[in-house]
Design a protein around this ligand. Structure first.
Ligand code: C58
Length: 528
């Protein structure tokens, strides 16, 4: 029998730390202590012998969920036009994913009505896909199976015609002081700095002010192909929330072209913790404590506002010019979660995925505290708690399945070099049972704040950025590239020209109203 994740996964194991080529090691010296690398690079920043940089920054993914009833395969969907339920005839409206749409026959129903639908699917077997029924009638599918037949015409739906698309406002025509919209022409593209499954991230300069920003670019075709656009909307909402917190990156603006969506993000200059860790191997407890505490405050802030972050990892923890942290990438967030609420999307970055997600259970904020445990372990030990690099040469053990099995079953070994308090906080966060995990019990966040490992942290001072960070990124000038990951050095920074046939398939109405300008950052800009 194949495990449920065999069905939904196909990529090789991803873990951020390097695999060690077998010929460098005899089977007996597999345990090379707590060292990340078996040798020393020729110069700081250079790869070690046998180091494969491409495996460090594998991105987060989502596995989407489908619901099977009467031959229909429903997917939750947000409707931005007026739609009516084929079961009760009432309008489908409201925030969030209000409705379900059959990915085969396109039938629309309320979420609450989907189990009552009597009418069988008229287009069953049009695109044969494998859907596994589970006890709830809910199923999880891999992305490979989630492609929708694009040639199929949309059946006539009882929808009102789309609202006319507003003509772009020319900046010169605006009243002084009113918000202007941005476009690609306003920016100079400087460099590629990151890449994920859904996005490419560039360092850009706003020509008018010469200020530098990070620009997250998403191809619309990927968004509509893969899922509906809920998560784009969520990402924007979270950005708006995040703009009020010192440890979360804020949004400058959003705009679009026919093929792409652009998030312009405040630029954080000191690189990320992955890069930092690659140079430090492991951090003194005092340093790890500082980062873990700042990250805790950022996560707690999101949780209090109903957001599960779901993608905490070294790559997403940025360091500002002083050395304070800022979390980036809200593309995996889940919003609208109240205390005690749960969700079930299978998503994240393999090495950091919590056991409850792997077990297919409903989960809540607990998954973020698990990921903080993995990340804190990485800072303190210099390797993943689920380090399977020794298995790199064994095809059976070099898979995501194997990694997930390790996460689910392996007892976590804490290096003996760590203090009792550090060991205790790691065991607390890395408890495989979410109800017993640190931060997830009755005491909630207070249990973290009062954990002995964090005894020396002055939480209020910390949140005010009044605590001096343990490490100040070396930065020479505004454009210093010294802290940037070297993987992208050769990448062309330009965006490929729009492809007309690709654009023809995009339903532009899905992206109406995406444009946004952060009024606070705008006024700052005008101060220059
Ligand atoms: C950093 N890991 S959102 C590069 N990657 C990213 N950087 C930033 N945001 C994002 N200031 C990413 C990625 C996202 C989703 C897809 C995967 C990559 C960012 C935001 C704000 C800076 C970066 C490493 C890095 C940090 C700083 C400068 C250069 C590189």
């Amino acid at each position: 029998m194949r495990s449920f994740w065999t069905e939904i996964l196909n990529a090789a194991a991803s873990h951020p730390f390097p695999s060690v080529p077998g010929d460098l090691l005899s089977p007996l010296d597999l345990d090379y202590g707590d060292e990340l690398f078996p040798n020393v690079p020729a110069a700081p920043g250079m790869p070690c012998t046998g180091e494969d940089r491409s495996i460090y920054r594998r991105g987060a993914r989502r596995w989407r969920k489908l619901y099977r009833v009467n031959g229909h395969i429903f997917q939750a969907k947000r409707f931005n036009r007026r739609a009516f339920c084929a079961y009760c005839q009432d309008r489908i409206w409201g925030l969030g994913r209000q409705g379900f749409k059959c990915i085969q026959c396109k039938l629309l129903v309320h979420k609450k009505c989907h189990k009552l639908v009597q009418k069988p699917c008229s287009n069953e077997h049009v695109d044969p896909i494998e859907v596994k029924d589970d006890a709830n009638g809910e199923s999880t599918l891999g992305r490979a199976a989630s492609v929708r037949s694009r040639a199929e015409p949309e059946p006539p739906l009882p929808e009102t015609p789309p609202a006319p698309v507003a003509a772009p406002v020319r900046n010169e025509d605006l009243e002084p002081g009113s918000q202007r919209q941005y476009s690609l022409e306003d920016f100079e593209l400087i460099r590629v700095i990151g890449r994920g499954s859904y996005a490419k991230v560039l360092m850009v300069e706003l020509k008018r002010t010469k200020r530098v920003y990070a620009m997250k670019v998403i191809k619309k075709a990927l968004v509509t192909d893969d899922e509906d656009i809920d998560w784009v909307q969520t990402e924007k909402h979270v950005f708006e929330t995040a703009s009020n917190h010192p440890f979360l990156v804020g949004l400058h603006s959003c705009f679009q072209t026919p093929s792409r969506l652009f998030f312009v993000i405040e630029f954080v200059r000191g690189g990320d913790l992955m890069f930092h860790m690659q140079r430090q191997r492991r951090l003194p407890e005092e340093h790890a404590r500082f980062y873990a505490a700042e990250i805790s405050l950022a996560l707690h802030f999101l949780h209090e506002r109903g957001v599960i972050y779901r993608d905490l990892k070294l790559d997403n923890v940025l360091l500002d010019h002083e050395g304070h942290i800022k979390l980036t990438d809200y593309g995996m967030c889940k919003e609208g979660v109240r205390p005690g609420d749960t969700t079930s999307t299978f998503c994240g970055t393999p090495n950091y995925i919590a056991p409850e997600i792997l077990r297919g259970e409903e989960y809540g904020f607990s998954v973020d505290w698990w990921a903080l445990g993995v990340l804190t372990y990485e800072m303190l030990a210099g390797r993943s708690p689920f380090d399977i690099s020794h298995a790199a040469d064994n095809p059976d053990q070099n898979t995501e399945d194997y990694l997930f099995q390790v996460i689910l079953e392996k007892t976590i070994r804490i290096p003996r070099s760590l203090s009792v308090k550090a060991a205790s906080v790691l065991k607390g966060f890395l408890n495989k049972s979410p109800s017993e995990r640190l931060g997830c019990g009755e005491g909630g966040f207070l249990d973290i704040v009062s954990h002995p490992f964090f005894k020396s942290i002055e939480w209020e001072m910390l949140e005010q950025k009044q605590v001096v960070p343990p490490f100040k990124p070396r930065l020479e000038g505004e454009r210093d590239l010294a802290n940037f990951p070297p993987e992208f050095t050769d990448e062309p920074v330009h965006l490929t020209p729009d492809n007309d046939t690709e654009i023809a398939d995009i339903d532009q109405s899905e992206f109406e109203g995406f444009e946004y300008v952060n009024p606070l950052l705008m006024s700052l800009e005008d101060c220059v």
